[in-house]
Design a protein around this ligand. Structure first.
Ligand SMILES: C[S@@+](CC[C@H](N)C(=O)[O-])C[C@H]1O[C@@H](n2cnc3c(N)ncnc32)[C@H](O)[C@@H]1O
Length: 508
């Protein structure tokens, strides 16, 4: 076939295409899912008067809704349309082991889909999940403020469908921001038992979408490296926090003159270089104590690196008296620090000085592997919630980076209420007034396996009903109490509880 014939064929086929070939995502139940977006809420909101009238809750702006989230979103649209800055959700991943809860009459079970639509068992599960998510995401987007953002946790089972759904039906591809990979587990023996048939799964994803007006983060949640970079091996005797602060101020200037160099050299006057290892042994520190001390003293610990472009500038200088470190300006007007007695004969001498406090803090990129997901997280909030609790740090990062002090944050698959806990923590840190709205089905935990029976026993001991909304509510109370004790911060520790009553129709 010639190139022309091929071109003609392609043109012909394009002309013959109809709407069914449009780039789109199709699934059984899509029409019904769209219909659900049009219908009104069918439940009545019942306030928990006894709880809401307690002194700690009566003036609170935080909200806990017990009920199906599609109903909750429909109610919230009447009060919060365009007002929510950040939505985080952690929906069921459709792993086959969890039941995602249809309280919206879409009770097509797998077998029904297989028989009625000739779907394979696998396709039907995807269709059912998409039909469940579609109206919730479509309507939740309407709650976002113009500069609002949505973060959705998900894993390999539905990440492709979710992204396509969000790109084609909910946000538009232009509002996709990131697919963040989050390291969620360690390569334990159990994980590694699959190592011969596939690479063991350690990560999940968070899809990050924005509304049209979102421009940038409110701040960057820099994190500290766990391990000490051994290249940071020089201790600066006589370097004080105040001196380091003044150096940082100089470093952030836009243009440098010789006067700046003189001033900076004055700061370095009397500062002595010694080996870090010697300083640590002088202090008698070992192990974790030494590590802790190094991180705390990073402002007076440095490493040296090569900087070929600066060699001609430093090589011909006469030595500065009583000074181990000096300052200079590069040809392109960069202020840099150097060790004054470096080996001038070396081919690529390491003379440029970098402070450890500049390189032990990292910017989070789209692979979050710094957040601890095992061990201590099971006790976060003073309550265990196996198989599903997200690390507090993960929510804190999202909230810190995307919200300001008066913003509203919504989580409509809230589980153990990690999001509410994170909002209180961030408020306590910056005296904020952020409000949270949590939605959670009053889903009963059934004793269907030994693990679940053990968990129910644990809940009994803690005096908590085996109902997920009760777990979330208790976590909020416990974490509020703890934050108050630990910080004494003057923030909103209370919350109002509302239930959605399906026997009473539509009357707020
Ligand atoms: C994976 S958990 C969320 C865990 C949460 N991120 C945490 O850190 O604890 C998902 C939650 O969504 C809830 N859920 C599922 N379908 C729901 C629905 N239609 N309405 C409200 N909640 C629902 C489940 O009961 C479950 O608690």
């Amino acid at each position: 076939m010639t190139a022309k014939m091929l071109n003609d064929n392609i043109e012909y086929l394009c002309e013959q295409s109809d709407e069914s070939e449009n780039y789109s995502l199709n699934f059984v139940g899509k029409k019904y899912a769209k219909y659900l977006c049009e219908t009104d809420a069918e439940t009545k909101i019942i306030p928990d008067e006894a709880h809401n009238n307690l002194s700690e809750n009566i003036n609170s702006n935080n909200i806990y809704i017990k009920g199906d989230n599609l109903e909750a979103i429909k109610h919230l649209l009447k009060t919060h349309r365009g007002k929510i800055k950040c939505i985080y959700i952690d929906p069921p991943y459709n792993t086959g082991s969890e039941n995602f809860a249809y309280n919206d009459n879409f009770k097509r079970k797998k077998n029904h889909l297989i028989v009625s639509y000739g779907q394979t068992s696998c396709n039907s599960a995807h269709s059912a999940w998409l039909a469940f998510m579609y109206p919730r995401l479509k309507l939740a987007k309407e709650l976002l403020s113009p500069d609002g953002v949505m973060f959705i946790s998900i894993d390999d089972n539905e990440v492709d469908n979710l992204k396509l759904l969000c790109n084609t039906e909910i946000f538009g591809e232009e509002n996709f921001v990131n697919c963040i990979a989050v390291k969620m587990s360690e390569p334990t023996n159990l994980k590694m038992s699959h190592q011969w048939s596939r690479f063991p799964k350690l990560k999940e994803y968070i899809l990050f979408y924005k509304n049209y007006g979102f421009k940038k983060f409110t701040c960057i949640d820099k994190y500290k490296e766990e391990k000490w970079d051994k290249e940071n091996n020089i201790f600066l005797e006589n370097m004080t926090l105040d001196k380091r602060q003044r150096l940082i101020e100089f470093q952030s200037k836009e243009f440098y003159t010789d006067i700046d160099v003189k001033e900076v050299n004055k700061i370095f006057h009397g500062v002595k270089r010694i080996r870090l290892i010697d300083k640590i042994s002088e202090l008698g520190l070992t192990g974790d104590d030494a590590l802790k001390w190094m991180f705390e003293n990073a402002y007076r610990i440095v490493k040296t690196v090569g900087a070929k472009a600066y060699v001609p500038i430093v090589k011909n200088l006469s030595k500065l008296p009583n000074q181990d470190i000096g300052a200079l300006i590069s040809k392109d007007n960069v202020l840099f620090f150097y060790i004054t007695d470096f080996n001038t004969k070396a081919k690529d001498p390491r003379f440029r000085v970098i402070f450890a406090d500049e390189n032990i803090y990292k910017n989070p990129c789209d692979f979050w592997q710094d957040i601890k997901t095992s061990g201590a997280i099971s006790d976060e909030g003073g309550i265990k919630y196996p198989n599903g609790k997200k690390p507090l740090k993960l929510l804190e990062r999202i909230i810190k980076m995307t919200t300001e002090k008066n913003d509203v944050i919504l989580d409509f698959f809230s589980g153990s209420a990690t999001t509410a806990h994170a909002v209180m923590n961030i408020n306590a840190k910056d005296n904020g007034h952020r409000q949270y709205i949590m939605v959670q089905l009053p889903e009963k935990i059934e004793p269907t396996s030994p693990d679940k029976r053990a968990y129910i026993k644990y809940l009994e001991k803690e005096g908590i009903e085996p109902v997920i909304s009760d777990i979330g509510i208790e976590r909020i109370k416990r974490s509020a109490k703890r934050i108050k004790e630990e910080t004494q911060a003057d923030i909103d520790y209370g919350f109002k509880i509302y239930s959605l009553d399906s026997n009473k129709i539509n009357d707020i």
